[in-house]
Design a protein around this ligand. Sequence first.
Ligand code: MLT
Ligand code: MN
Ligand code: ZN
Length: 299
Amino acid sequence: MRVLVLGSAAGGGFPQWNCRCPVCSLVWAGDARVTARTQSSLAVSADGEHWLLLNASPDLRQQIISNRALHPREGKRHSPIAGVFLTNGDIDHIAGLLTMREQQAFTVYGTGATLAQIPPGSVFGVLNRALVKTQTIALDQPCDTGLGFTVTAFAVPGKVPLYLEGETVEIGGLSESTLGLEIAGPARRFFYIPGCAEITPALLERIKGADLLFFDGTTFTDSEMVELGLSQKTAWRMGHVAMGGEKGSLAGLADCGIPRRIYIHINNTNPVLISDSPQRAIAEKAGWEIAYDGMEVVA
Ligand code: MLT
Ligand code: MN
Ligand code: ZN
């Protein structure tokens, strides 16, 4: 399977349009140690011709333009994109569907809870339902994409999308609202988990033996955004496990045995985005790669 990293940043992208945090400020200043990134999404293909998007980011149009494999190439209207598999209903994962209007057939896969956020009676009604199919997926069951690989969705600790949060929000629960994906071809399998609040024994058991892991790299420390005075929310409160710390993903996944591990969905405040930062060195020393837009991985 070929995997294209269309976007590697968390919601807001890097730099975020209104952000002057220390890391975004480097991009605004043109510092060579940082590279701008669009919002997270992968494209997967077994044959190089037909592609499945894992989430559709608000930056999808720019991502298609930047990736030749996704350019239309025959007839009057065409797209190599056969479908979109949604891990949740977050803005940074569904807004790109609005780019995919104009009479193009494809399939949107998601849980009932996530597909409920893109109903025909909303702005997402611009997707012509005579052409755009939605497929409600069942958790823990391989879904045959018809593209030469299956996708098995499973619940990971998370929360409902930000815009659905009520007075009280359950964080870390397992539900249809936050998914990890296992993508399996005939020979190899990999995981895409862009949002996950906690590394649990069940998660470790599930990912054991995989060839490749793309994992939530939102923040380096749990209190990163609070300490910068940008937010009242910890990473945990946003439904993300930090890289560092006792309960962090560097420690939690240190012995997972997966030969290739790549952080993705990286928030613009995360110092791993700076090529010569101590945090980048820590992540790389622990065997992690930091995803960048245009990265191509064979899985
Ligand atoms: C997240 O990953 O926490 C969300 O994308 C936040 C958001 O919706 O802005
Ligand atoms: Mn996000
Ligand atoms: Zn920033």
